[in-house]
Design a protein around this ligand. Structure first.
Ligand SMILES: *Cc1c(COP(=O)(O)O)cnc(C)c1O
Length: 396
């Protein structure tokens, strides 16, 4: 059956989409306009931490929508304060500014660091970021990103984001001058292909930035909120960052993000920062439902158990097919292919009959897995078995 395609050309074309429309989702499963089901290991790009349409999120949003959607950020609302308190209580941070996307939270982090540099570092404004990093799609966050080609698409870039190499402290040191105010990185580079910063590197970076009086900013948009098996990925390396940004998983699928900072860094004054939708009760009520689920008893233990299962299964597939192993932290994992057939595998898995499967190939020789954090043991087994069948078909 065809879906009504009359609206296709009314949309700006910003990516090549398969000719299907998803009409409903439940847990790890999506259903398209033909009633075909898909096992979803993308989950809105690591966004649906509790899967599709989880009852606690649907319930919290329905209740809040009926009560109060948006009184404006010029007034307090209870859910935003309740979520901020949860985030500061569970982290090393003292203050939270809510935003609507990862890029916007990172813009806020950049602004906060620049303001702090103006007040405390004689106008220092440069933020050292990393090759192949991804921080978002606003002009400043594209400039901060180390994605190949992004320096030219919308040139000129926003100034002040020199790029170092991940896990190479000397490359960071070499870029530091009297205009440097901060170092910013993803604890695991997601879009680059799931490349973890080593705990040793994170610790050395913290030591170096402390010695020089620079800020350490962590972009935990993809790694935060339980994705790596701890609530925040910085906990794996036992450091105390100055600023952290969250998005993706924090809203369980709805637009919610957070800029978190320690008290001594927080230097915004009234008028410096804001946004019409920021911290509205509808989205922060969603955030509370997600937070309470993720921090519930046994939840992160289950994430770690599923992560171990996924890792072992991917390693077994790798061995069987002569691939190059797997890597990742928690439920953010990648299978390293021995050839560039990632796109074929993704397309074949999606078109599989009678049930499809959604995977992601951020690079031609890599598959990335970002299941719901509450994915079941059976769903991981099913994905691994089906992936084996798909590879068999693709490689003949
Ligand atoms: C997805 C992502 C962003 C951008 O988030 P948006 O909500 O798409 O703006 C920023 N940083 C990292 C690490 C991401 O994975």
């Amino acid at each position: 059956m065809e879906f009504d395609q009359s609206g296709v050309n009314a949309l700006m074309e910003i990516t090549t989409r398969p000719k299907l429309v998803f009409v409903r989702g439940q847990g790890s499963w999506l259903e398209d306009h033909n009633g075909k089901r898909y096992l979803d290991f993308i989950q809105g790009w690591a966004v649906n931490s509790l899967g599709h349409c989880p009852p606690e999120l649907v319930g919290a949003m329905g209740k809040q929508a009926a009560q109060l959607i948006n009184p404006s950020p010029a007034f307090y609302n209870q859910p935003s304060m309740d979520l901020a308190k949860r985030l500061t209580g569970a982290s090393c941070f003292d203050r939270v500014f809510f935003a609507n996307s990862g890029a916007e939270a990172n813009e806020g982090a950049i602004k906060l660091a620049r303001k702090w540099g103006r007040l405390n570092r004689n106008g220092a404004y440069k933020i050292i970021t990393f090759d192949h990093s991804f921080h978002g799609r606003t002009l400043a966050t594209m400039s901060a990103s180390g994605k190949p080609g992004w320096d030219t698409i919308y040139a000129p870039q926003v100034d002040g984001f020199p790029k170092a190499n991940l896990n190479d402290l000397d490359s960071v040191r070499a870029l530091i001058d009297d205009k440097t105010v901060a170092v910013m990185l993803e604890p695991v580079q997601g879009e680059a292909g799931v490349i973890p910063a080593s705990p040793e590197f994170m610790q050395a970076l913290r030591k170096l930035t402390n010695e020089l009086g620079l800020l350490l900013i962590l972009d935990e948009v993809q790694t935060g909120m339980g994705r790596t098996g701890k609530l925040f990925a910085y906990e794996h390396s036992d450091i105390v960052p100055d600023i952290m940004t969250l998005a993706k998983g924090i809203g369980g699928g709805v637009p919610l993000a957070a800029l978190c900072a320690r008290e001594e860094i927080t230097c915004f004054e009234p008028g410096d920062q804001g946004g019409t939708y920021n911290g509205n009760p509808l989205m922060t009520a969603a955030g509370i439902a997600v937070f309470d689920a993720i921090t519930g008893r046994g939840f992160l233990d289950a994430v770690n158990a599923r992560a171990a299962q996924l890792s072992a299964g991917l390693l077994a597939l790798s061995a069987k097919w002569g691939m190059k192993g797997e890597r990742g932290v928690g439920l953010l994992r990648a299978l390293k292919l021995d050839r560039a057939d990632g796109t074929q595998i993704v397309d074949t898995a999606r078109d599989w009959s009678p049930e499809g499967m959604l995977l992601n190939s951020p690079r031609p020789d890599l598959l990335r897995f970002m299941p719901a954090l509450n994915v079941t043991e059976e769903e991981i087994d099913l994905m691994l078995a089906r992936l084996d069948e798909v590879i068999t078909k693709v490689r003949g």
